[in-house]
Design a protein around this ligand. Sequence first.
Ligand code: TYM
Length: 335
Amino acid sequence: MKKKIFSGVQPSGNLHLGNYLGAIKNFVNLQNGNDCIYCVVDLHAITSKQDPKLLNLNSIETVATFLASGLDSKKNIIFNQSSVSAHAEFAWILNCVSRVGWINRMTQFKEKAGTNKENASVGLYVYPVLMAADILLYDASHVPVGNDQKQHLELTRDIAQKFNNDFSCEGFIKVPEPIIQKEFSRIMSLKDGQKKMSKSDLSEQSRINLNDDKDTIINKIKKAKTDSSAFPANKEDLDKRPEAKNLINIYCSISEKTIENAISEFQGKNFSFLKDRLSDLIVEKICPIGNEIRKLLKDKEYLLNVLKEGNQRANAIAQIKLRKIYDKIGFLNLI
Ligand code: TYM
């Protein structure tokens, strides 16, 4: 059966291998045979401070990354969140449905706000509610994301159910299912196998950016942290070795091999052998994406037109759902 897919990526620059392997690669696989909507979530990006000129450029670059990774702008709706005002409007309604206790449990807020919680934006705090609005507005049945978004998806399901209960309209807001790969849904930093690969990491060496060139990729993999023990003998051993596990995971995710196959391939060899194979593989699969991003960015007009068309298509769906939501709530419709 056709799935209704919705997912989003923040245009905060430096899209990296984690974004690609954890999410965007899946977006591409899902585009055949499903109705897919992929959003550049610029409203989410401003939950932390953004330079307006950079936000503008990063939004365009995110579209370029979607297309360069293999998304088809005709098959899918590709749009930017702030151009469809229903997201912000529905988020307000869901703020009134959600409970403070639920939001207080969100671990990503705690991580991002760190020790300076008092100084974090209110937007960062209610960010998962906006995410719920994004998904629920389109009656999405499935949401492909990396593992770090799992808790936000669970919250989205709770919010959907509470809306239906509060307004006695069982089934009106669809309760979505997450699509999170069993393995490889959490790509870790190249410098610390316990930390997620992230665009906010201050160290460039911690991640492979999708627009890194060949030499940069080879250099980053060469310098990636490993431990001093011999290559792991089996999966159990690998589980205790976070940095080694991360490199093997990246290798398996890109080559679509199983962990067991990779372990036997590298058995008895040292880590530099794995690193050489891994850089070759990343260069082979990721460099063409970077090249295509650079090529697409030369034609901004085209990229803006992709968004314009997507915005119109998304807006048409979102407006109809929002009106139905307003009716359920009892808002007067007098325009
Ligand atoms: P964002 O922009 O941080 O990341 C985009 C996608 O990339 C995944 N990801 C990773 N996967 C594996 N390993 C990593 N190291 C890694 N880093 C990032 C994320 O899980 C995500 O799928 N809140 C979301 C954006 C969003 C959204 C939505 C997603 C807003 N509204 C509605 C789905 C549906 C976010 O900040 O993703």
